[in-house]
Design a protein. Structure first.
Length: 237
């Protein structure tokens, strides 16, 4: 599939050279409205909404729509970039929404990145949905850093793109990742990927320093810019 309508999207692009140097610091804003000065974060939210629309018509997402109906939470990365020659890296911004008694939470912002070494020539961009199915997986996502594959107690299954899109209804996995990719690389590899909260993104979008737990579990803040995203999640389950 083509992702050209996202060409104006400003995503976090991480390479092996700068991945280790990325630091996510909190930014405290003044008394301006919560959505003021958060155009980059709003772009992530808008394109995450587009990814949810894509999964209803893109076969690469398989039965992701059905799995969302029973998900504990979802993380949506509307644009993952992978490019390199010998040194390669992949990364992007994502949002996390959690299902509660009153419906889906407002989004918390995250960065996803990994680095690899090898003979890699080409470029790829992917859009990805992580379907979080258990409380222990959600707890891991809410930690300061979560490295896929590093915690043996949390199982992650990656489907979509070049991976087999077999029925996942009976998969005993804590997290199921669906990805749709374009470009020279065959697929998206998540093992070793680091998922980390973006304190700066949360502060910019909500107008104050706020933790992911405060956003998605305690519902302490809101931004009307996310209403379309939440409405789409409600239609999916």
């Amino acid at each position: 599939m083509r992702i050209t309508r996202r060409s104006a999207f400003l995503a976090v692009s991480l390479t092996a050279a700068n991945l280790a140097a990325v630091t996510l610091g909190a930014v405290t804003l003044g008394a301006a409205p919560a959505w003021a000065g958060a155009s980059d974060e709003q772009a992530v939210v808008d394109h995450a909404t587009g990814t949810l629309q894509d999964l209803t018509r893109d076969k690469a997402f398989g039965n992701a729509q059905a799995l969302i109906r029973t998900a504990r939470a979802v993380m949506i990365a509307p644009r993952i970039i992978k490019a390199g020659f010998f040194f390669g890296g992949e990364g992007g911004s994502a949002v996390l929404c959690v299902r509660g008694k009153k419906g889906w939470s407002y989004p918390a912002f995250y960065a996803i990145g990994s680095a690899s070494f090898g003979l890699q020539i080409g470029a790829q961009q992917s859009e990805m949905i992580l379907i979080i199915r258990t409380d222990k997986a959600l707890k891991a996502m809410l930690s300061d850093k979560f490295k896929i594959g590093a915690n043996a107690a949390i199982s992650v299954v990656t489907l979509g793109s070049s991976a087999s899109a077999a029925s996942t209804g009976n998969l005993d996995a804590d997290i199921i990742a669906w990805a749709s990719s374009t470009g020279a690389y065959a697929g998206l590899t998540l093992d070793g990927s680091l998922i980390q909260p973006r304190a700066d993104g949360n502060a910019a979008y909500y107008g104050r320093t706020v933790s992911p737990e405060a956003i998605v579990l305690k519902h302490e803040t809101k931004n009307p810019g996310a209403h379309a995203l939440l409405a789409k999640l409600r239609t999916l389950g």
